[in-house]
Design a protein around this ligand. Structure first.
Ligand code: COA
Length: 148
């Protein structure tokens, strides 16, 4: 997907809830070596890695393509790519009012670490809390066997 297509999909997916990212912002982000990007027909996920940590920055699915498993596949693709590049854990933040995305992440195995109160503040609107979610990407070591 080209930067202008990503910007158009981002604007459509987030409607009035978020300032749309411009094509140039996507262009700059995609050019950075730390960026992790996954795309499927109708959606994309984008994030970055820093050492053993990955951060999912945005995920968007076209309104007409939702509830068909695309979001789940994009999260999985993002995680697979991040893990392949050395990430051991993933973080993301979601608006407390975004029940669809929050449910998607919980279903994908993310758990809440903490809440950032009033994180999403816009002029003339009530600030919304951000929920920070975490998931360990590396497989857990095999359970230790009882010694005899
Ligand atoms: C959040 C988003 C990416 C989900 O994409 P999707 O393709 O519809 O998600 P999936 O079909 O893979 O859903 C996977 C699971 O997430 C949960 N889920 C997804 N949408 C949901 C909704 N509207 N309400 C409740 N749970 C929802 C469900 O548990 C779902 O599993 P199920 O369909 O078997 O019940 C999509 O709604 C979107 O683009 N929203 C706008 C952008 C956005 O808010 N991005 C996240 C910013 S943090």
């Amino acid at each position: 997907m080209a930067p202008d297509e990503l910007a158009a999909l981002h604007a459509l997916a987030f409607e009035n809830t978020l300032r749309p990212w411009t094509a140039n912002e996507f262009f700059v982000l995609l050019a950075q070596p730390a960026t992790v990007f996954a795309a499927l027909d109708g959606g994309f996920a984008i994030g970055r890695i820093a050492g053993p940590e990955a951060e999912l920055l945005s995920i968007a699915v076209h309104p007409e393509a939702r509830r068909r498993g695309l979001g789940r596949r994009l999260v999985a693709a993002f995680e697979a790519e991040a893990a392949a590049r050395g990430a051991e854990e993933a973080f993301l933040e979601v608006a407390a009012t975004n029940t669809a995305a929050w449910a998607l992440y919980v279903r994908a195995g993310y758990t809440e670490t903490h809440r950032r109160r009033g994180y999403y503040a816009r002029p003339g609107a009530v600030p919304i809390d951000a929920i920070v979610l975490h998931k360990r990407l590396s497989p857990a070591p095999p359970a230790a066997k009882d010694s005899i």
